[in-house]
Design a protein. Structure first.
Length: 296
């Protein structure tokens, strides 16, 4: 598995853990991390945002190449995944669930932390919220068990005092001569397809928000001129396929199909006006920024 594929697999698992275990919400990994700032410690939130930035650049900027230690970056992803599965996983120590982390290095393992996600903290805050929550659940369970024991004792005493037999009480069963009629419910199947490509069949994961409201399959669009790099054109609407070419910021295109949700992005089929032989699928944005804008 290549470095890019490994990063994509790990970031999908991080998004899933944030949603299922911590109730995260938002369009992309950046937003999901920000939505649980009060639940996760600041260090992990910064590292998740850093991972999201590297992932977006690897997928959508053709001229971008990660210049840090790829193994250390994947180890960082694994440490985040472990800490989200098991509270306390990012802490140093030898206790149950603890994982020895790789020393923080902004100049070697994580060079892109200069993008605004913080530097090495002087001390790692302890993530005690999950532990407190687990303690509360244990105490609640003990209270329920204790109340159950009290109820059983009380019921036994009451039965003895009013001389009721101990054991299950047989209640009369109502009978009827009427036979229930069978009920059949038929649902009409609904299918959605776009020129031979099924939207449901190609959907993988959650797509960040909705496509740009001004885009249609018969409109012209252009690549946002504020993008720092080029936008990749792929042969199919997925990140796991060949790259047919790249589009420059400001370049105009004609939309011919879409949108289709796949790999967490809304994809549009297009053909370039500046490059007649270039056509394929491009992602419309990362959930926080629109890369395709309609031509007014």
């Amino acid at each position: 598995m290549s470095f890019v594929e490994s990063v994509l697999a790990r970031t999908r698992e991080i998004e899933s853990l944030l949603e299922q275990n911590y109730g995260a919400s938002g369009k992309g990994l950046h937003d999901k991390a920000s939505s649980i700032v009060g639940v996760l410690d600041t260090t992990r939130v910064k590292r998740i945002r850093y991972i999201a930035t590297v992932r977006n650049k690897l997928v959508h900027e053709a001229d971008y190449k990660y210049d840090g230690d790829e193994k250390a970056f994947l180890d960082l992803c694994d440490q985040i995944i472990t800490s989200l599965k098991y509270p306390g996983g990012m802490e140093h120590g030898t206790g149950t669930g603890s994982v020895q982390t790789t020393p923080w290095s902004t100049s070697q393992a994580y060079p892109e932390l200069s993008y605004g996600y913080g530097t090495q903290p002087t001390s790692k805050p302890s993530n005690t919220r999950p532990s407190r929550r687990a303690g509360c659940l244990v105490r609640l369970a003990l209270v329920i068990v204790f109340c159950g024991i009290l109820f059983v004792v009380w019921a036994f005493v009451v039965r003895r005092s009013i001389h009721l037999p101990v054991g299950p009480i047989q209640l009369p069963i109502a009978t009827t001569d009427r036979t229930p009629l069978p009920v059949t419910v038929t649902y009409s199947p609904k299918t959605t397809s776009t020129k031979g490509i099924s939207t449901t069949a190609t959907s993988i994961g959650n797509c960040p928000g909705s496509p740009h409201s001004g885009l249609t399959t018969t409109s012209r669009a252009y690549i946002d001129e504020k993008m720092s790099g080029t936008l990749r054109v792929r042969t199919r609407p997925t990140t796991n396929t060949d790259v047919a070419g790249v589009l420059q910021p400001g370049e105009r295109i004609q939309l011919t199909d879409g949108p289709i949700c796949a790999d967490g992005y809304w994809w549009w089929k297009m053909k370039s006006e500046a490059q007649p032989d270039l056509q394929g699928w491009v992602a419309g944005g990362d959930g926080t920024t629109d890369w395709l804008l309609p031509v007014k």
